[in-house]
Design a binder for this molecule. Structure first.
Ligand code: G4P
Length: 543
């Protein structure tokens, strides 16, 4: 039992995610952060090869076949008096929707850039989500052990493309075969880099840091002076780190290193521990479940992480992690309170009560029952479909968090089951997958077809695979006449006027929200102009 107060416990939590373009080194960095944090003993635990691959994030067959991680998971470890919750986000672009949702549960993001490539398309997309949600960002420029771009050009790219002030904490002395180490801007401390010894399977230990002026032995002729000059220029030309500005999302501290060579990782972990924010006060509403008789009007409230009542929201539901059990695990991000195993929590939007007897904490090498948890923690709650993405849970059942976005799908297909006798099963299965947030489901007002929407093609493959494996359904996807889906809103009369004219293209999503299915992006623009009083949204906040 902890002697700290609830507020102290919340205060020592750091819940963060790593965002990166595929191949920038997110998996490798995850592994090395866990290594630096003492959560795993050997590199390779996260992404081991062959038979040793852990069943952590590759529980799905398709993940193994494709060698990609498509499900977001969380890893918890304690280091230096702090509890770190690392949210793993899938890197593949088809799964960006899942990633977006995971970011709603993060208080900070580590943006990994490949030093040779700088900002790549997926980096930009993910960054925009962080900005939308005011998530502060620490930048880690990776793969310094390979030939890198000019470091100033990299910083300038961050400044110009992300509109974010880069504050270099360290400065690289060379890259690739000429990587000598890192200089701490402001102090002139030098961290030498040790190359991997040829033929050895282990990485060499990096020597202890020392003042740059004493580090001549690590440089070749002239290099040391060049680096000292560069650092002077950098100190004068870039902003110094300012925590407030970082927390407000105007500035990003920039660290460098090589995940693969375990270089610069301890400093990154220290930066997360010292600078990343603890769980914050969150806006919410106090609201009785729908259909409550004589319910008082909803009221805006602020949820303090240190308050007694346990509150939080579900940002992801993972189904069938263990093929022997068909249960689902809802990933519950706590916003406040002191959770104890066995506690009863209520779902705000349905009023259902749940005894949380077997909550799971995810550690790097194991899963354990969570005996207690605090704001910032993510616990897995096994259930049989009671919990859905976006659900708010609390002891009173009256706290509702908003803001889990649904994104308009970019591909819409019709789905059919090969055996017509199984049509009913198909409906149930599609609803199940939509509730989990795997794909979106639209039921047109006219006709019996289901339209399935996804952000990327791979989602359909995952879906077909799961329909087969888990539900025994052999399905066919067919092109649909639709290119885009937009949630419609506005006055009742305006909406009815619009829906009346476009009845064959109107549908409902799984929560019965009205959706317009457009045949082309031109048509979306056209109806937008013709019906200026109706809103056509690309995102829908669930919850
Ligand atoms: P991702 O999760 O962001 O997609 O990237 P991942 O960590 O899988 O890394 C992509 C590739 O980049 C891997 O090589 C990995 O070993 C390499 N890598 C990551 N960090 C560094 C680094 O600091 N320096 C260098 N030189 N390489 C790095 P791969 O050959 O594609 O895969 P693998 O067979 O090594 O797993």
């Amino acid at each position: 039992m902890s002697k700290l107060t609830i507020a102290d416990e919340a205060h020592r939590r750091r819940t963060f995610a790593i965002i990166a373009h595929p191949d920038a080194g997110k998996t490798t960095l995850t592994e090395h952060i866990l290594l630096a944090g003492g959560a795993v003993r050997a590199a390779g635990a996260v992404k081991a090869r062959g038979d040793n691959r852990r069943a952590r994030s590759d529980w799905m067959k398709i993940e193994k076949e494709r060698g990609i991680s498509v499900t977001a998971s969380v890893m918890t470890f304690e280091h230096d008096g702090k509890m770190f919750n690392l949210l793993d986000t899938p890197g593949h672009e088809d799964f960006s929707e899942d990633t977006y949702r995971t970011l709603t549960a993060a208080d900070c993001a580590i943006m990994v850039l490949d030093a040779a490539k700088g900002i790549e398309p997926q980096t930009l997309k993910l960054f925009e989500v962080c900005r939308l949600r005011n998530i502060p960002i620490i930048t880690f420029i990776n793969k310094l052990d390979r030939e890198a771009q000019d470091p100033m050009a990299l910083l300038d790219e961050v400044a110009s493309r992300l509109q974010l002030d880069p504050a270099p904490i360290w400065w690289p002395a060379g890259s690739g075969t000429r990587l000598r180490g890192l200089v701490e801007v402001g102090t002139g401390r030098f961290q030498p880099y040790a190359k991997k010894i040829a033929g050895s399977t282990d990485d060499a230990e990096h020597p202890a840091a020392l003042p740059l002026t004493d580090a001549a032995q690590y440089f070749e002729q002239g290099e040391q002076d060049e680096v000292a000059e560069a650092v002077e220029l950098v100190e004068a030309g870039y902003p110094a780190f300012d925590r407030q500005s970082f927390l407000e999302g105007h500035l990003t501290p920039v660290l460098w290193g090589s995940a693969l060579r375990h270089f610069g990782i301890e400093d990154l972990l220290r930066a997360i521990g010292e600078w990343a924010p603890a769980p914050k006060v969150m806006p919410a509403r106090k609201e009785a479940p729908p259909e409550t008789r004589n319910a008082p009007a909803p009221e805006a409230i602020e949820v303090d992480p240190g308050q007694n009542e346990v509150t939080g929201f579900v940002f992801k539901v993972q189904a069938n992690m263990d093929p022997n059990h068909r249960d689902r695990i809802a990933m519950f991000r706590m916003a406040s309170g002191s959770f104890k195993r066995g506690m009863k929590l209520k779902v705000q939007n349905t009023g259902k009560q749940l005894s949380v007897n077997a909550p799971i904490m995810f550690f790097a090498s194991d899963r354990e029952l969570a005996e207690e948890a605090y704001a910032g923690d993510v616990i897995g709650i096994p259930n049989h479909g009671v919990l859905r993405v976006g659900d708010s849970l609390s002891e009173s059942g009256l706290v509702r968090f908003a803001g889990l976005p649904n994104f308009a799908p970019e591909i819409l297909q019709r789905v059919r089951v090969k055996d017509p006798l199984k049509a009913k099963h198909l409906k149930k299965a599609l609803e199940g997958l939509a509730e989990e947030g795997v794909t979106q489901l639209f039921r047109p007002e006219i006709g019996a077809d289901f339209i399935v929407g996804a952000v990327g093609q791979l989602q359909f493959e995952v879906m077909a695979d799961r329909l087969g494996e888990e539900y025994g359904l052999d399905v066919l996807f067919e092109p649909s006449p639709y290119a885009e889906a937009r949630w419609v809103g506005g006055d009742k009369a305006d909406l009815e006027d619009f829906a009346g004219k476009y009845r064959p293209q109107m549908a409902f999503d799984i929560d019965q929200n009205p959706v317009f299915l457009a045949k082309s992006s031109w048509e979306t623009g056209y109806v937008g102009e013709r019906f200026p009083k109706v809103t056509f949204s690309k995102t829908l906040e669930r919850g």
